[in-house]
Design a protein around this ligand. Structure first.
Ligand code: FEO
Length: 171
């Protein structure tokens, strides 16, 4: 069972994951508009992953007898200077999400809510991967450059990312 405080904070996190999806959808659209279809693909996969994160928390709140309260999603940024700008903003946003997840874990520890603490471990691991991916791409953009052949190569690499939906366990 969730405390009212935990229910509220998990609902806030659902909203943040939905905003993340919205932000990456916006970056995908921006990438398409400047001809970077590989970047557009990468951000669309990221959009799908963020929706999956939101639904994971949605299902968890429901499974614990809580109630999901959906809130308005802020308008995301829609203009970016260049691909590096998009990935720097992505990394900064993910660092913020990591901080929020850590605060949720702290709350679960304070409340001795072991179920939620275990549930959140998946997100702790996921954030390590997400920040790692962003740092990798930023390094590549630094090395290969933000235009010309280097950018073309990175765009090609990002075009192969595929979204793998989670496999639902059968009861
Ligand atoms: Fe759902 Fe990118 O963290």
């Amino acid at each position: 069972m969730l405390s009212k405080k935990m229910e509220k904070e998990l609902n806030e996190q659902i909203n943040r994951e939905m905003y993340s999806a919205y932000l990456y959808m916006s970056m995908s659209s921006h990438s398409n508009s400047i001809g970077l279809t590989g970047f557009a693909n990468w951000f669309m996969v990221q959009y799908n992953e963020e929706m999956e994160h939101a639904m994971k928390i949605y299902d968890y709140v429901n499974s614990q007898g809580g109630k999901v309260k959906l809130m308005a999603i802020d308008e995301p940024l829609s203009d970016f200077k260049n691909p590096m700008d998009m990935f720097q903003k992505t990394l900064k946003h993910e660092q913020f999400i990591t901080k929020c997840i850590n605060e949720l874990v702290d709350l679960s520890i304070n409340e001795k809510d072991h179920a939620t603490q275990i549930f959140l471990q998946w997100f702790v691991t996921e954030q390590i991967e997400e920040e790692g991916n962003d740092n990798d791409i930023i390094s590549k953009l630094e090395l290969a450059g933000s235009k010309g052949n280097g950018l073309f190569m990175i765009d090609k690499e990002l075009s192969i990312r595929v979204y793998n939906p989670p496999v639902k366990e059968k009861n």
